[in-house]
Design a protein. Structure first.
Ligand code: SAM
Length: 251
């Protein structure tokens, strides 16, 4: 233990997610449907998954395109899991795990054909992430970014209060599309992740992990917060959720 409460909190959050395939809500069939409708990528595409966790997106992308994928995360434990999973899936030769900060990549401008980021852009703020990542993309580059979004015009008070505290930059799809436009992208399409994907692929495995966790004060704090988040989602999954924004560089 480091003694620093912020570090202890992040370590506890990472611990509770250890071994779970998805570190946030998502679904392979849903992602494959998005991929199957993307514009064709150039031969030998340069692909990146930013905030990759243990590789839910990266492994799918590598298999789908049979091309190398640079997979970036700043949680070393998740990068270690990705290495193991890549080996298990026989995709080791295509996955390039990178332990680093997705906001400070030293890649050449105009070098990426497809940038994927699932459940991670909010850590930088959606518009800030897009602004940083825009220059990495080629002239025809595509970005697929999921972002927590309002689905309804009227937001009930408990949901509004929760998100005001947790992520005050949350916006509806129209506002997020404007943000994408301002950051140098056109919006090709938007896709809402179905609520079943949250439960089946994320909250259920995470709940199991929470039941088995060795409890400490900081682990209990994280569990309480995750349970609050789940209870809110149970009540208001028609009000908010993840939208995947399929974006192309705007000339
Ligand atoms: N995309 C993965 C998935 O869907 O399973 C992980 C999603 S998880 C909700 C968000 C991830 O972003 C975490 O793995 C976290 O470590 C990573 N992350 C947050 N900020 C980051 C940063 N600045 N640089 C790199 N990774 C970051």
């Amino acid at each position: 233990m480091s003694g620093d409460p912020q570090t202890e909190y992040i370590d506890a959050l990472i611990d509770l997610h250890r071994g779970i395939e998805r570190k946030g809500p998502g679904d392979n069939a849903f992602s494959l449907n998005i991929l199957s409708n993307l514009p064709t990528l150039p031969p030998h595409p340069q692909i990146a998954d930013l905030g990759c966790g243990s590789g839910a997106g990266a492994l799918l992308l590598a298999e789908y395109y049979q091309s190398p994928v640079m997979a970036v995360d700043f949680a070393l434990g998740f990068i270690d899991e990705l290495k193991i999973r890549a080996k298990q899936c026989e995709l080791e030769h295509l996955i390039k795990p990178i332990h680093g900060d997705m906001a400070k990549l030293d890649w050449a401008d105009g070098s990426i054909d497809l940038l994927w980021s699932e459940g991670a852009a909010y850590n930088l703020g959606f518009e800030q992430a897009l602004t940083i990542w825009r220059s990495l993309l080629t002239n025809t580059g595509i970005a697929v970014i999921s972002e927590m979004s309002w689905f309804a015009d009227h937001v009930p008070e408990p949901a509004a209060l929760y998100w005001q505290n947790a992520y005050p930059m949350i916006a509806n799809e129209a506002e997020n599309s404007d943000r994408a436009h301002r950051s140098g992208f056109k919006v090709i399409s938007t896709h809402r992740l179905p609520s079943q994907a949250w439960w089946k692929n994320y909250y259920e495995p995470l709940s199991k992990q929470m039941r088995q966790a060795e409890i400490s004060p900081v682990i209990q704090l994280v569990i309480d917060e995750i349970e609050e988040e789940m209870n809110l989602f149970e009540r208001f999954s028609d009000i908010y959720g993840y939208t995947f924004y399929v974006l192309q560089v705007r000339q």
